[in-house]
Design a binder for this molecule. Sequence first.
Ligand SMILES: Cc1cc2nc3c(=O)[nH]c(=O)nc-3n(C[C@H](O)[C@H](O)[C@H](O)COP(=O)(O)OP(=O)(O)OC[C@H]3O[C@@H](n4cnc5c(N)ncnc54)[C@H](O)[C@@H]3O)c2cc1C
Length: 401
Amino acid sequence: MMHWQVVVVGAGPVGGRIATELAKRKISVLLLEEHNEIGRPFQCAGLVNPPAMERVNLEESILTTVDGAHIHSPSGIMIPVGEDGVPRTHVVCRKRFDQGVVRQALEAGAELFLESKPLDAYLDDGLMKLVVDKNGEEVNVECDLLIGADGAHSWTRRHFKMGRPKEMMVGFQADVTGLKGPDNWLEMYTGEEVAPGFFAWVIPCGDGNHRIGVWSTPDCLEGRSVEGLYETLIHHPQWKERFSGMKEISKYCGPVPCGLIRRPFKDRVMVIGDAAGMAKPTTGGGIGPGFSQVDSIIDNLYLAIINNKLSQRNLAKVCKPYSSLKRDQDKARALRNLLITTPSDDELNSHFEMFSRPEILDLINSIGEIEHPVPLGMTLLRRVPEFRMLALKAGFRLLFA
Ligand SMILES: Cc1cc2nc3c(=O)[nH]c(=O)nc-3n(C[C@H](O)[C@H](O)[C@H](O)COP(=O)(O)OP(=O)(O)OC[C@H]3O[C@@H](n4cnc5c(N)ncnc54)[C@H](O)[C@@H]3O)c2cc1C
């Protein structure tokens, strides 16, 4: 029986990050990754904002840096948010990024089993015992703490019956060449036909390549597929000129779990990142929020591990900072619903007319932050008279819950 203090299931960015922080503190860590290489396959637009990038310093994975977004209303009103020369977010090669994060964990002392996944896990004699499929062979592993960082459909979360994230969005993306446009501005498209309740994106990723994607929920899709929405966007009479002449290189589809589960821990087990439902309801981004989740608990988690205090009650104390992350996530979802998800196309067009007023645009550009959209949303609701009425109608007080 091989023993580690911590076994992390899933060598994605969040698994790699928590393994690094634990290994740096001299905790023995084993990472299990079901694929035979890190960072493949991936389903991601590759946006990593500057604070998340600063935590890992993987600038070599950056393909381009984005200074702003051109956001289009259903009828074609365009709002430019951002300023040339002021970086808002980076676009990374996910393979290089994930490999860099996991390399940092290995350099800090963690071990990695590729082509390995748990078949069973159970508590026995004060330890978590695992049966692992390692390159087709069954091996027994034991640890003090099991961490599931195994993504949206987490085996760990399902095995230990920890519930489901509140929302599970579906994202679709195509990598294309041949689109024109500046390399430092991304585009967003809204409207019932192309992205019901959410938005579609066009993201430059250097060397004339772009990622075109769309995300939505099964409820908003009403039987349509996200790939169908993408086809509608690129052939839409209003937008088809923009997409003419491009060539598709690859297409993929994936889940985006938004809504931190109520108890992402049990005795000697916890889940983190997408496995816990950490992605942002406003953008679908999960890397920055997953890194913040790691930062919020790492010091107390380290103490809990070295003192072998890893019961559900002890882990609930370690995970206390999650309540403020969850509150922010709930507020962001409420604001998103109010401003983007529930309005009809006509209402969205009138929101965009308000957004395009110079004084509102100044406000958006001065307070707007991709990683923290709540302060901007709140300010808009308070300061723009038309939004104040909307907020009251939708139960503004809920936002302060
Ligand atoms: C279309 C689309 C676009 C997106 N764009 C962005 C974006 O621009 N920016 C952003 O921040 N986020 C984006 N996301 C979300 C982002 O991809 C995730 O939030 C992020 O990858 C979560 O990291 P993670 O480490 O928690 O999980 P994952 O990246 O899913 O990593 C989980 C790892 O666990 C492994 N694994 C799974 N099950 C097992 C098992 N049983 N045993 C062993 N290993 C296992 C997987 O192979 C994987 O390596 C997007 C998602 C989609 C679908």
